[in-house]
Design a protein around this ligand. Structure first.
Ligand code: OAD
Ligand code: ZN
Length: 334
């Protein structure tokens, strides 16, 4: 009997393989780089999650995931680097430069009140990543953020790589004594403390939050985990980052050539050179793109749209609501 649906399926498979074959000839793509997405859109990514069931999803995030929590990003027109005039810095990034900090620690600690606001809550974007973890498909969450909102959202420590450190702990630069977040927060918000000093009488060294400044090495865990994780990645989700700070930004190239990559951001970032040139970035604007999707908008709206397409909307809402109740007091270890 004539089955219209079956014929239509066979026909679309034929068209897909013909297009793939054509791309192989035109762009010299290897068979492994054929598209895994039914369409290059958020819906295509949702279908891929539903049908291909990726099990090693990696998420890479930046400051744009925390702006809706009230923490500024760095490079937007209202970001950190645009409002540092009063500090008389040689250049805006000096506030996070380790050699500048060694001779001038005051500007960083004055500014730290803005960077470490009290009573912040994770955003829907944070809870979406938590939902991926709950579904058992999150390989790892690589974050550049130092606000520790990943942990406040309930993410287990082993699932997170804080590439630029975090302010959960601080260290005395002279004797290495460790301090917790409570100690540092009190110092930062104490109007009589310009620079926090070590409690040990014989030391009195400067205590610095364990965030990675320019000129400092990234945590060892960043290297060990990324070597292990990225070759296994079967879906990369990038959110709220300008993708300009290395080596973090370069991680987007460490997944295999056929792995779909979704960027959710207010602006197009990390883009590649025009079609035909060798691949040096995300390919969503290239004519020969077969795997990258750029969803323009806020991280929160982007994850909500994706959750809706996945029928995970209710679960996400519940998680956000539970989180709001749970975090009226600080969770343990944070
Ligand atoms: P940036 O400020 O460089 O980039 C933030 C990106 O997020 C920009 O592209 C914004 O357009 C976008 N954005 C802002 N709000 C958003 C929202 N609600 N939804 C979606 N997108 C949004 O921040 P990072 O890329 O995180 O390093 O910066 C990387 C590193 O540079 C930081 O970790 C910090 C900084 O110097 C150190 O301190 C070592
Ligand atoms: Zn000390």
């Amino acid at each position: 009997m004539f089955n219209r649906e079956k014929v239509s399926n066979i026909y679309s498979k034929f068209v897909q393989s013909f297009e793939n074959a054509l791309n192989t000839v035109v762009y010299g793509e290897k068979p492994s780089t054929l598209s895994k997405l039914s369409e290059l859109s958020l819906k295509g990514v949702a279908n891929y999650i539903k049908e291909c069931k990726p099990k090693n999803v990696i998420v890479m995030t930046g400051a744009g995931t925390s702006t809706s929590a009230g923490i500024p990003d760095f490079r937007s027109s209202t970001g950190v680097y645009s409002c540092l005039q009063e500090y008389n810095l040689p250049h805006p990034q000096a506030i996070f430069d380790i050699s500048y900090f060694e001779s001038h620690p005051e500007p960083f600690f004055r500014f730290a009140k803005t960077l470490f606001p009290k009573n912040v809550k994770p955003t829907p974007a944070h809870y979406f990543v938590k939902l991926l973890e709950k579904k058992g498909i999150l390989k790892r969450w690589y974050t550049q953020n130092i606000d520790a909102l990943e942990f406040l959202a309930g993410m287990p420590e082993e699932k997170v790589v804080t590439a630029h450190g975090s302010h959960l702990t601080s260290t005395c630069r002279s004797c290495g004594k460790k301090y917790d977040r409570k100690w540092m927060t009190e110092k930062i918000f104490d109007p009589n403390t310009l620079v926090p000093h070590c409690d040990t009488e014989s030391c009195r060294g400067v205590v610095k939050p364990d965030i990675i400044f320019f000129g400092e090495a990234l945590p060892r865990r960043f290297m060990t985990c990324s070597f292990e994780d990225f070759p296994k990645c079967d879906l990369l989700i990038i959110m709220g980052t300008s993708l300009v700070v290395q080596p973090f930004a370069a991680l987007v190239h460490e997944v295999a050539d056929d792995v779909p990559r979704l960027l959710i951001n207010l602006e197009d970032v990390g883009g590649d050179s025009p079609a035909g040139a060798s691949s040096t970035g995300l390919c969503y604007a290239r004519k020969d793109n077969m795997r990258d999707v750029f969803w323009k908008g806020t991280c929160d709206e982007g994850v909500k749209a994706l959750a809706e397409l996945l029928d995970w909307e209710l679960e996400l809402q519940e998680m956000i609501a539970e989180g709001e109740v749970k975090f009226t007091t600080a969770p343990p270890n944070v």
